[in-house]
Design a protein around this ligand. Structure first.
Ligand SMILES: [Ca+2]
Ligand SMILES: [Ca+2]
Length: 203
């Protein structure tokens, strides 16, 4: 693949597992940038700044990894200081990762803070990283309860109904293949839960 633009400087830090999105720290020499800006690059859209390019004005924004739903994790860097951030679903501003965790009921008990977010799992459920001097950390994200959501995408609709019907009266691993009541078999109980929660959006 050709580089996206021979006039830019920067580094590629990560990519989506399917290779469709590259994560770059973008330095636009023509614009006189001295701090790198967090950006994505895709074949279709080229460079797109992530949020404002950094969490804090004047810091370098360094994206590290992206989940399948577009959530991006990374960190800001300035003179040896680092601040981990997240952009949920790849939309809106960058959010200090500690703030995001606490806003979702998590507890950050590290005096030094979550300095660097290193990676996020493809399903977006696990984030790992490290502090500046205090070692590594891991964040596990529990999805919200969403009765009837057989596909696990946060909404109850025809996909879920189809999964129930496709496996009708089958014995499955509890909680999979449309078994939304986790009984181990796909039957009317599951169909009723899907219909009772029809068109619910849990996100
Ligand atoms: Ca669903
Ligand atoms: Ca069942």
């Amino acid at each position: 693949m050709d580089p996206p633009n021979g006039d830019v400087q920067g580094e590629v830090y990560g990519m989506r597992d399917d290779g469709s999105v590259l994560l770059v720290e973008w330095l636009d020499g023509a614009a006189g940038d001295i701090a790198g800006r967090a950006a994505t690059w895709t074949e279709e859209d080229g460079i797109q700044i992530i949020g404002d390019g950094s969490l804090l004005p004047g810091w370098s924004g360094i994206p590290q990894d992206i989940a399948d739903d577009g959530t991006i994790v990374g960190f800001d860097f300035l003179l040896g200081n680092r601040r981990a951030w997240i952009q949920p679903q790849g939309e809106g501003p960058l959010i200090l990762l500690e703030t995001w965790v606490e806003d979702h009921g998590g507890v950050v008990d590290l005096d030094l803070g979550l300095s660097v977010a290193q990676a996020i799992s493809a399903d977006g459920r696990t984030i790992i990283g490290h502090t500046s001097y205090g070692g590594a950390w891991i964040i596990t994200i529990t999805p919200p309860e969403c009765p009837g959501d057989a596909t696990g995408n946060g909404s109850v609709d025809f996909e879920d109904l189809n999964l129930v019907l496709a496996n009708w009266s089958q014995v499955v691993a509890p909680g999979t293949g449309g078994d939304v009541d986790e009984s181990g078999v796909v039957d009317f109980a599951d169909l009723n839960i899907v219909l009772a929660n029809w068109e619910t959006n849990c996100l």
